[in-house]
Design a protein around this ligand. Structure first.
Ligand SMILES: [Zn+2]
Length: 172
């Protein structure tokens, strides 16, 4: 066990083939219910089927392994409205996203608060959090957030001081 402040080289340094990277640890999560209220009419709607999505989460730096959440969720059918809807999983990830909220939040913060270029933010996420996010994906997240926020800085936030402050995510 290395002591505090001891330099520990990244074990993945120099790896060029993605199949040589550490395999993700699979974490099973569930949002699977027999009945859920319809989002339109509140009618208690039975489960129609189960589905699954894979979400890349913040990994484990101690073991070096990425974390993938295999999220099983129920799809419900409202017989009154004749619509299908998923069990609520908005606490974990946005619809259609391949990453958990906390990965998105951390990536956006690295760029917006700490002023890291997209490539550097992508590398930071891999090196220190063991989650691989292409830098163009981070750019999409930041630009999507900027449109929503707007604000007096015209999308550009003031840089922090010269010393970069790495904020620890509050977890979830
Ligand atoms: Zn309904």
């Amino acid at each position: 066990m290395p002591g505090p402040g001891e330099y520990v080289p990244d074990a993945t340094e120099g790896i060029t083939r993605v199949e040589d990277l550490p395999k993700p640890k699979i974490i099973q999560r569930s949002r699977d219910f027999r009945r859920r209220p319809c989002p339109q009419c509140e009618h208690s709607s039975y489960r129609h089927r189960r589905a699954k999505r894979v979400l890349h989460d913040l990994g484990d730096l101690a073991s070096g392994h990425p974390h993938d959440i295999h999220l099983t969720y129920s799809v419900h059918h409202c017989t009154k409205c004749d619509i299908y809807f998923n069990a609520d999983m908005s606490d974990v990830a946005l619809p259609r996203s391949h990453y958990t909220y906390r990965v998105v939040a951390l990536a956006v913060r690295l760029v917006v608060e700490d002023g890291l270029p997209y490539q550097a933010a992508s590398w930071h996420l891999w090196r220190d959090h063991r989650v691989f996010v292409p830098w163009a994906t981070i750019q999409n997240w930041v630009e999507a957030g900027g449109k929503k926020g707007g604000g007096p800085h015209g999308g550009r936030l003031p840089r922090m001081g010269s010393g970069r402050v790495l904020r620890v995510h509050r977890g979830g």
